[in-house]
Design a protein around this ligand. Structure first.
Ligand code: 6AU
Length: 268
């Protein structure tokens, strides 16, 4: 299985420059952590990005929850991403018709395509949404932009299962230039790297927490170790890190747990 290969080995073989860069960052910083920085002011967001930046591969934002969002939010994030060497992932979960989604991605107040290396999208509306984002990426004149398809969800009662998840994989396979992989709870059997050795989709797993099983609103957690054992490549963690009493201590614990599990996987 490709998941037995190191990030470095996969970087060499991977055709996508953004995935190569992601794997290179993971190797260099010895981290597979994606910080879900769900802070609601620019100061808090930039402060956590600066303090935890050395320990993460990607910073994930919900930019529409930042109450004082403005140019300084994006300038700050972009500067910190360069300084600490991490990628920016806007967790926009695009879900509309292609034409609307292109406007939401390229323009509006948030100008997501200008600054976010990675975005995610749901395929509820069919493959047109991915076609639209793919077109913007290819015509956009900016390199290093990619999409993750939200193939499953971690919340209780999620309908993104079975055939829906399978359809996510089939649509991803049609847009290999811009779909980097999936947000899913595990490696999807339908895109198993054993079955398709030429395909190397990257698996981002959310709902990761070392000390909690879930929250009062339906979130369900697993640990860094079970996620990596399940074939995940990058671990998305939010409250487990930024809401801890000592976020720097917490991010180091997640980093260590994620990296140890990854080392075990590639050496077993
Ligand atoms: O670690 P938490 O629970 O504080 O935060 C989890 C983060 C949140 C969610 O919006 C997001 O991950 N998320 C996603 C993503 C990343 O797409 C999908 C999903 O199924 N569950 C989930 O929690 O920012």
């Amino acid at each position: 299985s490709r998941s037995g290969l190191s990030y470095e080995q996969r970087a060499v073989q991977h055709p996508n420059p953004l995935v190569k860069k992601l794997f290179a960052i993971a190797e260099k910083k010895k981290t597979n952590i994606v910080l879900s920085a769900d802070l609601t002011t620019t100061n808090e967001l930039l402060d956590i990005a600066d303090r935890l930046g050395p320990h993460i591969a990607v910073l994930k934002t919900h930019i529409d929850i930042v109450s004082d969002f403005g140019p300084s939010t994006i300038e700050g994030l972009t500067e910190l991403a360069q300084r600490h060497d991490f990628l920016l992932f806007e967790d926009r979960k695009f879900i509309d018709i292609g034409n609307t989604v292109q406007k939401q991605y390229k323009g509006g107040a948030l100008r997501i395509h200008d600054w976010a290396h990675i975005v995610n999208a749901s395929i509820l509306a069919g493959e047109g949404i991915i076609q639209a984002l793919d077109q913007t990426i290819r015509d956009g004149g900016v390199s290093e932009r990619g999409i993750l398809i939200l193939a499953e969800m971690t919340s209780k009662g999620s309908l993104a299962v079975g055939e829906y998840t399978q359809a996510s994989v089939e649509i991803a396979q049609k847009f290999p230039q811009s779909v980097l992989g999936f947000v899913s709870t595990k490696e999807l059997s339908s895109h198993s790297r054993v079955a398709s050795p030429d395909e190397d989709f990257v698996v981002f797993t959310t709902g990761v927490n070392l000390s909690s099983k879930g929250d009062a609103l339906g979130q369900q957690y697993q640990t860094p170790t079970t996620a990596i054992e399940g074939g995940s490549d990058f671990l998305i963690a939010g409250r487990g890190i930024y809401a801890a009493a000592e976020p720097v201590t917490a991010v180091k614990e997640y980093q260590q747990a994620g990296w140890d599990a990854y080392q075990r996987r590639i050496t077993s």
